[in-house]
Structure formats: structure tokens, C-alpha cells
Ligand binder design. Structure first.
Ligand code: ZN
Ligand code: ZN
Length: 412
């Protein structure tokens, strides 16, 4: 058997006043998700553990079967992998923004207006920097989308245990500090501080900013870094279960986590990672690639973005788009041969919190060999009455692999 795991980012929610005390999932029109629930076994899942609001990175690690308390090594590594940087053990990656600061290094806009079409030209000015405080080290930079950039620090005796430069607010940039007493963390913090001042010096003098000024755009005059991390040292999911595993995702972070655990990328034109993403194209691509794979992870980000923006309308629209994609998949697979699992990586209540919370998320596993329960619709509340009960994220992959015949007996 084969499996498709669909993770709808931040899809879980809480009852909302504007939706008659329903959640967006309960409110939306979802005939195909309901069909999954009716044909499958349902439950709820604590992505990390009860009451812990997950980051998308820690949650996905957990859902892929890697305990994040043991394997999480910071967001920067996943972002770098996700934009196609090659990251090796021992190298430190950070994500950053092209930003605008004033003369006193007070942040005026931490995204420099979000529109940085000259990112490649700015990047060329700061790439391959060798710090004066550590001339055995090199800093490699790679622009991502909009104002985003990833960097990696290559060299001996480095540590990811350093604080953020980005203050995430319009205040003075932070100094990077070591987060433990090791000489490696102290050295890494010095390198990052020197690099930060270097980017400020070089970028503010760039003639590209003259052009931006003429067009009434903010100058790009610094790179502010955060989220130092490394690549996690894990056994690949393919080795672990003796499978071929691939991923379909738009956002860099999700690509990065899937890549870090050893899955192969499947590119989908139109998969943007935003609410404009072509969800049907993702579903169709998953179907087209099922033959070559045992396991396909399919990620949809828009539900989380809509929640952070506080938009019920967009969240419901995304859920209904996902529903249509599930309809396409259901119409084209035989549940004797293919398992479909659909869940969320965390709850992101759109109405009040607008950020991740520690609630459990709904979960359905649909295949011919599961014990069907009495749940007939897919929502936070209905799934809680299902036959799977309440599980932890880190258990999910094992349950899926067992159902598709990819686990080995423990004992004799
Ligand atoms: Zn998420
Ligand atoms: Zn989020």
C-alpha cells in the first residue's frame, strides 16, 4: 500500500463568535473531508504534547516521527535547506531580512517595504564574506522570496547557540549574544555581529538605494538575522521504513523539514505557499507521482496564513479549496491500495489569538483496512469522538506505516 499525508497548516481552530460559535472547519462546506471521516478512522492529535503551542518546524518533525525535543536544531537550518542551500553538519544557518534602519540602527521597517526585486544585486554585495575576527570562516548568502534571505556560516568551531539580531520590532537592533558559555558560541556571536555591521556599511552605500529612493521606496541598508540552526542529525525516513518518500510544498520551511528527514522534492508549478496557491495542482501532482513513491507528504500553508491575518473568509475559502482537492484524490485512488491521512500541524485560532495554540488537531486516516467509526463529518469536535482517540504527533507516522505494511515486528 501507499500513503498520502496531507497537512493543512494551522487549520485547527476554536469556536468563533462570527461563525455562530462554530470553528471554520465546522462552518465550511466540506463534503469530501466529511466523506474521508465517514469512510475512515478519526481522532485528535497533540502535535507535540497537550498544551504546547507548536512551531510549524517542531510540529512537522514530530509528525514525521522525530521527537522535536531530541532532534530540533533551530529554524535557520530548515529555511536554508528549503531554498535549496546545501547545508552540512557543523555549518550554522540563519534566516534574515533585508531591512531598513536609521543612523542609530533603529529599525524603521524590518522588511524594507517587503518589495525587494533587487535582492540578487544586494546579495552579491555581501556574499562570501570572510570576517576579520575569524578568517578561517566564510559566510555564504542566498536571497529567498520578497525581503527574505538565508545565510550559512562555514568553518570550524561554530555553534547555533546564539541570540537573534532582529528585534522583531521597530527598536534598535539587538547585539548577538552567545546563549551558553562555550567558546564556539562566543566566536559565532562575534562573527554575526561583525557581519551585521558589514551589511549595514556596504548596503547603505549601494547605488541601488538611490534608485529605490527616487521611486519612493525604503532603502535596503542592513541584513538582520535570526533563528540560528543546524541540520538535524537524523536517520532518513526512507531508511527507517524502507520506503521511497517525497514531498509537495510551497513554503521554504516545510520543504526544508521534509528535505532534512530525507524526502525527495516534487515541484508543482503554482504551489506558492500562499493563499493563492494552486491546491488542485498539488493534488493532481500527488496522484501522478503515487506510482513512484510509497509515501507522499502534501503541505498546504494558506489556512495558517489566513488565521494569522484574522480572516475567517480566507480560512474558510482555503478549507473549501482543500476539500475539492481531497475530492479529486478520493475519485482517483483505490482505498485498498492507498491510504489518505489528513490533519493539521497545529491550531491557529483566527478570531482572538491569531497565533499558534496548544489545542489538539483533528485527524482522519482513510483506507480500506481501518476500523471505521461512527464519525461522519470532519471537524475538531466530531473527530474527537473517533476510534483513534487522542494520539501524539510523533506516533502518527508509525500508525500510517503499520497500516501500509512498512513496519517490523518488535520482539519475536
Ligand atoms: Zn504550521
Ligand atoms: Zn503560523
Amino acid at each position: 500500500m501507499k500513503a498520502i499525508l496531507i497537512v493543512c497548516d494551522g487549520m485547527g481552530d476554536r469556536p468563533s463568535k462570527s461563525l455562530n460559535n462554530k470553528t471554520p472547519l465546522a462552518f465550511a462546506n466540506t463534503p469530501n473531508l466529511d466523506k474521508l471521516s465517514e469512510l475512515g478512522i478519526n481522532g485528535i492529535m497533540d502535535p507535540i504534547k497537550p498544551g504546547v503551542p507548536p512551531g510549524s518546524d517542531t510540529s512537522h518533525l514530530s509528525i514525521f516521527g522525530y521527537d522535536p525535543y531530541k532532534y530540533y536544531t533551530g529554524r535557520g537550518g530548515f529555511e536554508a535547506l528549503g531554498i535549496g542551500m546545501d547545508l552540512k553538519q557543523g555549518e550554522i544557518a540563519l534566516r534574515g531580512n533585508f531591512a531598513t534602519v536609521n543612523e542609530d540602527l533603529i529599525v524603521l521597517d524590518r522588511r524594507a517595504g517587503r518589495y525587494v526585486p533587487e535582492a540578487k544585486e544586494f546579495d552579491a554585495l555581501i556574499d562570501n564574506y570572510v570576517p576579520k575576527c575569524a578568517n578561517d570562516v566564510k559566510i555564504i548568502t542566498e536571497p529567498s522570496v520578497e525581503h527574505r534571505i538565508s545565510i550559512k556560516i562555514v568553518g570550524p568551531n561554530l555553534s547555533p547557540y546564539v541570540s537573534d539580531v532582529d528585534p522583531e520590532d521597530c527598536i534598535k537592533i539587538h547585539q548577538c549574544h552567545p546563549l551558553n558559555n562555550s567558546p564556539e558560541a562566543k566566536r559565532t556571536a562575534e562573527i554575526i555581529n561583525e557581519f551585521t555591521y558589514f551589511t549595514n556599511k556596504v548596503l547603505k552605500e549601494s547605488p541601488i538605494n538611490e534608485k529605490r529612493k527616487k521611486e519612493n521606496r525604503l532603502p535596503v541598508n542592513i541584513v538582520i538575522l535570526r533563528g540560528a540552526g543546524t541540520i538535524p542529525n537524523v536517520e532518513s525516513i526512507e531508511k527507517r521504513f524502507d520506503i521511497r518518500a517525497s514531498y509537495i510544498a510551497g513554503g521554504a520551511l516545510y520543504k526544508g523539514v521534509a528535505h532534512a528527514v530525507g524526502m525527495h522534492p516534487i515541484n508543482v508549478p503554482g504551489a506558492t505557499g500562499g493563499i493563492d496557491t494552486d491546491v488542485m495542482a498539488k493534488g493532481k501532482t500527488a496522484l501522478d507521482n503515487l506510482e513512484k513513491n510509497d509515501f507522499i507528504f502534501l503541505h498546504v500553508k494558506g489556512t495558517d496564513s489566513a488565521s494569522h491575518d484574522g480572516s475567517a473568509e480566507n480560512k474558510i475559502m482555503m478549507i473549501e479549496k482543500i476539500d475539492k482537492m481531497v475530492g479529486l484524490i478520493l475519485d482517483n485512488v483505490n482505498l485498498k491500495e492507498t491510504l489518505i491521512c489528513l490533519t493539521a500541524d497545529h491550531t491557529t485560532p483566527f478570531e482572538v489569538v491569531r497565533d499558534h495554540t496548544g489545542d489538539p488537531v483533528p485527524l482522519v486516516i482513510c483506507a480500506e483496512n481501518v476500523l471505521t467509526d461512527n464519525v461522519k463529518s470532519y471537524s475538531e469536535l466530531t473527530c474527537a469522538k473517533g476510534g483513534l482517540g487522542r494520539i501524539r504527533g510523533v506516533n502518527l507516522i508509525h500508525i500510517i506505516m503499520d497500516l501500509i505494511g512498512k513496519t517490523k515486528k518488535f520482539g519475536a
